[in-house]
Design a protein around this ligand. Structure first.
Ligand SMILES: NC(=O)c1ccc[n+]([C@@H]2O[C@H](COP(=O)([O-])OP(=O)(O)OC[C@H]3O[C@@H](n4cnc5c(N)ncnc54)[C@H](OP(=O)(O)O)[C@@H]3O)[C@@H](O)[C@H]2O)c1
Length: 328
């Protein structure tokens, strides 16, 4: 009796493990080898990218241009927009249009809509996002910062999607990418609003993807862990932290299959590197699925708590230094 139960358990774990590993391999590698990733060039002539002058947004802009799409870049700094647009236009021989806009403001959407209304938009990348200057308790977050976070992180995604989706539906093709974060999966104490708003993006994307099942508009959420950008504070990539382009290309490779594209730790790097990391990738994916929530909670509290303590100590040191300079 016990022997049989043991055998059933082992078989169930083996079957589940094979399913998870097989699915991970298919999603990240085999799917694209079988031509299952999105061919963005076939979706329209233009790609619109928010937060496009740096980090992940800039990598998306280059990736779209590499696929022969013209690009619309939206960010705050006119000068950086011009520089990135020139770089893209000269490297890929495509058109690069720029729109200067600050997504913490809510009255920008009529102007953006006017500026892109005549373009055949195949791809929208809702990339722009912001967080606190350092981890804070919720009660320390100012009203202005709360509104900025809501506007920049979720109103932007909602309104930009509203602007382009109807036309995509009429043309019966298109791709809308949203950017969430692993922070939507585990609690983010001291970055509470950031994690909660990223969870909105996942839920928004999942629901909208279902709503659009009957047409050919693909709606997907890219869910990275750490990526080497100014935003994350990791200036150099390493085995756990990919470059923005690695993260974007591995996400694009899985494009037409899942609604949520998780890219964490070795997994994203694995899709570009050696057989060894391929193996690690499948193990990492397996652990991701099986890790217990209480372990994740303990980890989150200690990780973000120490991140906050360090930031507070650094801020105190800087304030002291400033006072000393003023007194001298
Ligand atoms: N990096 C990571 O580890 C990581 C992990 C998970 C998720 N993400 C998500 O990925 C997205 C991009 O992050 P990133 O790391 O690439 O950031 P980044 O390197 O700091 O780049 C941010 C881009 O957005 C623009 N931007 C910032 N605030 C803006 C505003 N209020 N209005 C208009 N444009 C604005 C910036 O240009 P200007 O300053 O010129 O406006 C820049 O082009 C975010 O949604 C973030 O939450 C990042």
């Amino acid at each position: 009796m016990w022997e049989l139960a043991g055998k059933v358990l082992v078989a169930a774990v083996a079957a589940r493990s094979s399913w998870v590993v097989g699915k991970g391999l298919y999603t990240s590698y085999l799917g694209s080898w079988f031509g299952r990733s999105v061919k963005v060039k076939q979706l329209g002539r233009w790609a619109v990218i928010t937060g496009a002058t740096d980090g992940i947004g800039k990598a998306y802009a280059f990736e779209m241009a590499r696929n022969n799409l013209n690009v619309v870049l939206i960010s705050r700094s006119e000068e950086r927009l011009r520089n990135v647009a020139d770089e893209i236009a000269s490297k890929y021989n495509v058109k690069a249009k720029t729109i200067q806009a600050d997504f913490t403001e809510r009255n920008i959407y009529n102007r953006i809509e006017d500026e892109i209304s005549n373009l055949e938009i195949g791809v929208l990348v809702n990339n722009v996002g912001m967080t606190y200057d350092y981890p804070k308790e919720f009660t320390e977050v100012s009203e202005k910062l709360i509104l900025d976070l809501f506007h920049c992180n979720i109103l932007s995604v909602t309104m930009m999607t509203k602007i382009v989706l109807e036309k995509m539906q009429k043309r019966n093709k298109g791709l809308i990418v949203t950017l969430s974060s692993m922070g939507c999966l585990v609690p983010m104490p001291y970055l509470t609003l950031y994690g909660a708003l990223k969870a909105y993006i996942v839920f928004f994307t999942k629901s909208l993807a279902n709503e659009n099942r009957s047409n050919n508009v693909i709606i997907q959420c890219h869910v990275p862990a750490l990526v080497a950008t100014k935003f994350s504070g990791f200036t150099k990539p390493n085995i756990l932290v990919p470059t923005p382009m690695e993260s974007v290309q591995s996400s694009m490779r899985t494009a037409d299959i899942p609604v949520l594209i998780y890219r964490t730790m070795w997994f994203h790097v694995a899709s570009q590197k050696t057989e060894v990391t391929l193996y690690l990738a499948t193990v990492a994916n397996f652990l991701n699925k099986w890790i217990s929530e209480s372990i994740m909670n303990t980890f989150a509290n200690s990780f973000f708590g120490s991140f906050r303590s360090k930031a507070i100590a650094r801020n105190k040191k800087m304030a002291k230094r400033e006072t000393r300079v003023q007194q001298e």
